[in-house]
Design a protein around this ligand. Structure first.
Ligand code: ADP
Ligand code: MG
Length: 346
């Protein structure tokens, strides 16, 4: 469907996107995840035809869109500030794009009714949009984007302006509506939790390129760099040195530990690698394949558990969940299964 080939873009001589490649090949929701300022909105604007890339091509079903103006691409856009028309009611807001396209009245009526059904707001058709809650306005914006049956829907941080509890609820709803509707979509966010929930696939944008493009499970279980692991909220990482083709030596507080891995490719002795520790438990004795001594540094209340921060060596802190608060200064044992450890090379 959508193919981005070697896209480059700059503002004021500063490169923002460079050699960027990206494909959307199925009816799926791809989440474009990246820090604020990484160029996500710019990339959507390039796909929409609102910006011209400095280099590269945007293809739809193999056709180069360079000379196809935005209104002929049939791509839908939905923004954070959903910009509904305040003087129009719900029905007319949803019908707006279709009227602009001079679609027949009966056809508009069918499309609007269908869109209202999809978002569960049939009863609100003749309500003023100014009388709706933020969440309801967001749904209407979604219906408005879906009504013209776009080939591709692009959503730019659509929930960014809403408060947390509403965001969680609307995100689930959005996922269901998009899933049932079947329109391929690119969903932009800077929030990794949102990305894990909404995306059939996550494409991570950093330094002008897509660094990893995988299922949420794959990204979570096998991030391909330290940067991605940290960006996804996984901060329990130690740097080490390969001492043979399969062994990595880690510096701990008062000892060195050598861990044997089964890497895909043999390690080069002397090579620096990083080890991501996922999951893990805090205990007294070693109950696992790999155990690390650690000193309790702080506890943070999280409702149904505590986040315990522990010092693993002079320069590295880990944070693990624990049912109880722990005393600062206590020495504990962090226990991991072999499958909890992920080797990162970058
Ligand atoms: P994101 O959506 O990921 O937050 P944007 O695509 O909006 O990122 O912007 C990426 C970078 O480009 C930002 O640093 C921003 O300041 C800059 N930028 C965006 N629009 C313009 C513009 N019209 N002129 C100059 N710089 C811009
Ligand atoms: Mg943006």
């Amino acid at each position: 469907m959508l193919q981005l080939l070697n896209i480059a873009y700059s503002y004021d001589q500063k490169m923002l996107l460079e050699n960027l490649n990206f494909n959307l090949t199925r009816q799926e929701v791809v989440c474009l995840l990246g820090e604020s300022g990484s160029g996500k909105s710019t990339l959507l604007r390039i796909v929409a035809g609102l910006e011209k890339p400095l280099q590269g091509e945007v293809l739809w079903n193999g056709r180069n869109l360079a000379n196809v103006p935005p209104n002929e691409r049939n791509f839908g856009l939905m923004f954070q500030d959903y910009s509904l028309f305040p003087h129009l009611n719900v029905y007319d807001n949803i019908a707006f794009g279709l009227k602009m396209k001079k679609v027949a009245k009966s056809e508009i009526d069918t499309a609007v009714t269908q869109a209202l059904e999809q978002i569960g707001m049939k009863a609100f058709a003749f309500r003023k949009v100014t009388e709706l809650s933020g969440g309801e306005q967001q749904r209407v914006a979604l219906a408005r984007a879906l009504a013209p049956k776009p080939h591709l829907l692009m959503l730019d941080e659509p929930l960014g302006a809403l408060d947390h509890s509403l965001r969680v609820e609307l995100l689930q709803e959005l996922k269901e509506v998009l899933g049932k509707n079947g329109t391929p979509a690119i969903y932009v966010t800077h929030d990794h939790n949102e990305a894990l929930t909404i995306g059939d696939r996550i494409a991570i944008l950093h330094n002008g390129q897509i660094l990893q493009n995988d299922s949420p499970e794959k990204i979570y279980n096998q991030p391909n760099s330290v940067w991605i692991a940290r960006f996804m909220g996984m901060n329990n990482i130690l740097s080490g040195k390969a001492v043979s083709e399969t062994e990595v030596k880690l510096e701990l507080a008062s000892e060195e530990k050598t861990i044997v891995f089964e890497p895909k490719y043999p390690l080069t002795p002397g090579q620096t690698v990083h080890v991501l520790f996922r999951n893990g438990t805090i205990g007294e004795l070693c109950e696992g394949d790999v155990c690390l001594p650690a000193r309790v540094d702080a506890s943070f209340f999280k409702g149904n558990s505590y986040d315990i921060r522990l010092k693993v060596n002079p320069t590295s802190m880990f944070t693990l969940q624990h049912p109880n608060q722990l005393t600062v200064g206590e020495i504990k044992t962090l226990c991991y299964q072999k499958t909890d450890l992920v080797l990162l090379f970058l």
